[in-house]
Design a protein around this ligand. Sequence first.
Ligand SMILES: C[S@@+](CC[C@H](N)C(=O)[O-])C[C@H]1O[C@@H](n2cnc3c(N)ncnc32)[C@H](O)[C@@H]1O
Length: 374
Amino acid sequence: MEVITVLHMNKGAGETSYAKNSTLQSKIISIAKPFVEEAILGNLCSDIPESLGIADLGCSSGPNALLVISKAIDIVHAKCVHMSRPAPEIRVYLNDLPSNDFNNIFMSLPDFHNKLKVEKGAGFGPCFVSGVPGSFYGRLFPSKSLHFVHSSSSLHWLSQVPSGLDSEAGITLNKGKLYISKTSPECVARAYADQFKRDFTLFLQSRSAEMVTGGRMVLSLMGRISGDPSAESAFLWELLSLALIAMASEGLVEETKVDSFNAPYYAPSTEELKWEITREGSFVLDYLETFEAGWDYFGCGEEYVQFSGQRVAKMVRAVVESMLESHFGGGILVVMDELFRRYADMVDDYLTKNRAKNILVVVSLTRKEAPRSP
Ligand SMILES: C[S@@+](CC[C@H](N)C(=O)[O-])C[C@H]1O[C@@H](n2cnc3c(N)ncnc32)[C@H](O)[C@@H]1O
């Protein structure tokens, strides 16, 4: 599977769209809000540049796409009012993979600009919004052009399915599983961890070149407290593989296709994240915090949301349907409703017996001063 060309959240605004099924991701954005606020204010405390570059990486489409950007602009505006100084021009870059529904975002821009004008007044500096299609595992922006970078619910997607999941004889090593499972051989977990390290290092190196010294970056992604990669959020993949295997046994999907599907996803441990940030060396780690996100509740206090099996299934479908279709072929579309009906029942059953945990990791970083060349 070519992740860069295949992966996209379900488009449009219909029943199965990401726009309609991204409540969990919007809760994640709200949990990371204080970190965003601290990072932007930290960035602006010494100086406010004439032209401020802000990027949201893996912005997707729907109501979440401009949420953090709007918040960032509010913070900059309030700070400028407080300092009685004119607001900078703001360059907003919305990045995602090329098959993302950028049109959906672009259609919402007139409202976005009107709202800015009404709320901030005509004196507020210009705000230039651009879509930047491409993989964040590589360069996307000119050198030293960004002051603040944000990414939410995106960095747990790998650039590719790890290599090394087949034996030399071409036998699938992770048979019947879509991700690292309790029964997966050790080499499967290693292949996933190695792919994550390569990807995350490339991500940090690319942002390091694109960000100004002192620039700030806030990343929220699914991760782990446990050292065991088959723990915590892995149960979502485990249940999806069980639903697919049950359908394969009834001839509704091809068993060999279930065996050969491996998700390009990895939830890193907090230790892995810290280690890779230190090893890459361009950023100071200001904060790394974890939040427990169950499926039957989410996070902190008032952020309580009831997630039934059906809601979880709709959210997972909006995210993984493009990959299932690419891997299994168009034939799976006929049984897609059935797959996610069964999946919803399995999630409900699981949630009645287990306290499902997802671990959200929020990382806040500052671009270090580049070492002077001798
Ligand atoms: C679950 S969505 C999160 C969207 C949005 N940030 C939110 O919080 O609702 C993950 C997004 O990351 C994007 N993505 C995954 N890998 C990417 C990559 N290598 N480069 C750019 N975007 C990527 C996906 O296409 C998808 O739109």
